[in-house]
Design a protein around this ligand. Structure first.
Ligand code: BEZ
Length: 226
């Protein structure tokens, strides 16, 4: 292999291996979608769930699309938009959403990126060549209203995603931002939240004597938020 081909292969590998990190700015893009050209910056001020699926007209993806549409009104109430992506054409996406409406009675209202040149998928590390060289895996990127990556979920081809968990994740992130708290395992809105652990001995002493928090020990205290 020539040095040039080698370098190109290496560059390609680096692009494929790119994974936006939690806390980093979301990679900017401009893409063709079923709703026309969309740029990431169009979503400034809203939260965004950018998700990829392996291919149109496949069974698991079809169930996921109906399920994403089902949670879409709830997401909108949380100032959160949905944007799908696969390495298929706009025509394929249009035909597929029409089929979903005809066969399942579900009208897909959110846009889907037609990422035929894999530009967005590569920027977001959605292609895992060990799984498929031509299709995106089931990735979910939660991008906040300031366009920072806040959470990343990856699922394999064989497992459809859990929509309740995606809604719960947005609720947790937004509650955490609003109150400066964290949320425990299996937390749901209305449950008590975790108060950040105290950083000094004195604060630890105060914490365990604070009537407004419920402590199992000085480092594990919960409280209610409204
Ligand atoms: C599906 O959505 O059913 C699927 C897509 C790609 C590989 C395997 C399953």
């Amino acid at each position: 292999m020539s040095e040039f081909v080698n370098q190109e292969a290496k560059k390609q590998e680096e692009v494929v291996n790119t994974l936006p990190r939690i806390g980093s700015p979301a990679p900017q893009f401009e893409a063709e979608t079923t709703h026309g050209t969309i740029r990431l910056e169009d979503y400034k001020g809203s939260w965004l769930i950018l998700f990829s699926h392996p291919a149109d007209f496949t069974p698991v993806c079809t169930t996921e699309f109906a399920a994403f549409q089902e949670i879409y009104p709830k997401l909108k109430e949380m100032n959160t938009e949905l944007l799908g992506l696969s390495i298929d054409s706009v025509y394929s996406h249009i035909a597929w959403v029409r089929t979903i409406e005809e066969k399942l009675g579900v009208k897909i209202e959110f846009p889907i990126i037609a990422d035929l040149n894999k530009e967005v998928a590569s920027k977001y590390g959605m292609i895992m060549p060990e799984e498929s060289k031509t299709e995106a895996v089931r990735a979910v990127f939660v991008i906040d209203d300031k366009q920072v990556v806040r959470a990343v979920i990856y699922y394999p081809m064989s497992a459809g995603r859990n929509m309740e968990e995606i809604v719960r994740l947005i609720q947790s992130l937004q509650t955490s931002d609003q109150h400066g708290i964290a949320t425990p395992a299996n937390w749901k809105p209305g449950d008590k939240v975790i108060v950040p652990p105290p950083g000094t001995q004195e604060a630890a002493e105060e914490r365990v004597n604070d009537d407004n928090v419920e402590c199992i020990d000085w480092f594990l205290c919960k409280k209610e938020v409204k």
